[in-house]
Design a protein around this ligand. Structure first.
Ligand SMILES: Cc1cc2nc3c(=O)[nH]c(=O)nc-3n(C[C@H](O)[C@H](O)[C@H](O)COP(=O)(O)OP(=O)(O)OC[C@H]3O[C@@H](n4cnc5c(N)ncnc54)[C@H](O)[C@@H]3O)c2cc1C
Length: 311
């Protein structure tokens, strides 16, 4: 969603124009529907993009792979210590903090999330994304629906990892979906860690993406920050710059995003209803679409007068 990446207005234009990375999203998002227990809000316009991941011809990783000439060695289990001695520079981009932890460079996990998801068959408007804020089935988290074909969509529920009644919550989420669908397959991630590393570069090593703590806690989004951190690692290596310095903005964005997650996660269903209702306000919609809302402004808005009106 564009507002999350402010001041960058459109990440795909930005990557293409500023970094010669001509990646394509799967669909634009032209409608975002928010649901709370009693309210619904719809925002329509140029909201952001849906991307596809994994083993699809149009997935981001397949597109990235096409842009490089180097050979990719699949099915390897590289030993960091060996790589570190054999190569001038090593980039760790393993998508989780495990190696960073093993190297004693992980500072703290701030949020550990359980993600339960499914691919569902049905009829979907491919440019419409749905999001649920509801403590009854997504406590301290959220649920979403993202279509990736007219007949296929991903649904997922993200909650704290140690939630015990997750099967019940998942069922509640499915039960309240008011359209016809069939579950094709399901997946579960028990502990998706979002946190910070102590440093982003040490010895001849650079941490990018989730391995370096570049995942934004609010919604657990990290695709753009993973790409951005890798571009900054390239800049640091090729221009002999300080990577920790270059990634300062990403760390600042992380803190804002974490703050927002805490505020929204702590809200009650009544708060969610009022929040979602407020999104129907013409002015709020306009601010959202004109990209005048960013994380910092949202935090300020939720922390002061708005929050007091919610109580
Ligand atoms: C269910 C789910 C939904 C998400 N939805 C969104 C979303 O809508 N928007 C968004 O921005 N973000 C989303 N994210 C987060 C986003 O996917 C990650 O933040 C982002 O992919 C991180 O990029 P990365 O390059 O660090 O890791 P990844 O994209 O995970 O890539 C890491 C790669 O390294 C490989 N690897 C792992 N270990 C090794 C090793 N030892 N040696 C060699 N290779 C290795 C892995 O196989 C993988 O291919 C989602 C995450 C999940 C789990």
């Amino acid at each position: 969603m564009h507002f999350i990446n402010s001041p960058i207005k459109d990440v795909f234009y930005y990557l293409s124009l500023e970094h010669k990375l001509p990646l394509q999203p799967t669909f634009p998002i032209s409608k975002l529907e928010f649901y709370s227990p009693q309210e619904k809000a719809t925002i329509a316009g140029d909201i952001g993009y849906i991307t596809i991941r994994g083993n699809y011809p149009t997935s981001l990783e397949k597109q990235l792979a096409k842009l490089i000439n180097s050979k990719i060695n699949y099915e390897q289990e590289p030993d960091y210590q060996k790589l570190k001695n054999e190569f001038d520079k090593v980039i760790i981009a393993t998508g989780d903090p495990q190696i960073t932890k093993n190297l004693k460079q992980w500072q703290k996990t701030d949020v550990s999330v359980k993600i339960i998801g499914a691919t569902i068959k049905g009829n979907f408007e491919v440019t419409t994304v749905k999001m649920w804020l509801n403590q009854n089935f997504a406590p301290q988290g959220y649920a979403y629906l993202l279509p990736f074909e007219e007949k296929l969509a991903s649904i997922a529920l993200a909650t704290p990892y140690d939630i015990v009644d997750w099967k019940e919550l998942w069922q509640k989420f499915l039960n309240q979906l008011n359209f016809n669908f069939e579950v094709k397959d399901t997946f579960q991630i028990d502990k998706y860690e979002i946190g910070k590393s102590k440093t982003q570069a040490f010895d001849n090593t650079y941490l990018v993406g989730n391995a370096g703590g570049f995942i934004m806690p609010f919604l657990g989004f990290g695709q753009f920050s993973a790409i951005e951190s890798s571009l900054l690692a390239v800049e640091a290596i090729t221009q002999n710059k300080d990577y920790n310095q270059l990634t300062k903005r990403l760390r600042r964005d992380y803190q804002a995003s974490y703050k927002l997650r805490k505020i929204i996660g702590a809200m009650s269903n009544q708060h969610y209803d009022k929040l979602v209702k407020s999104l129907n306000n013409k002015l709020v919609k306009q601010l959202f679409l004109q990209r005048k809302i960013n994380l910092t402004k949202l935090i300020a808005w939720l922390s002061t007068p708005f929050a007091s009106r919610l109580n």
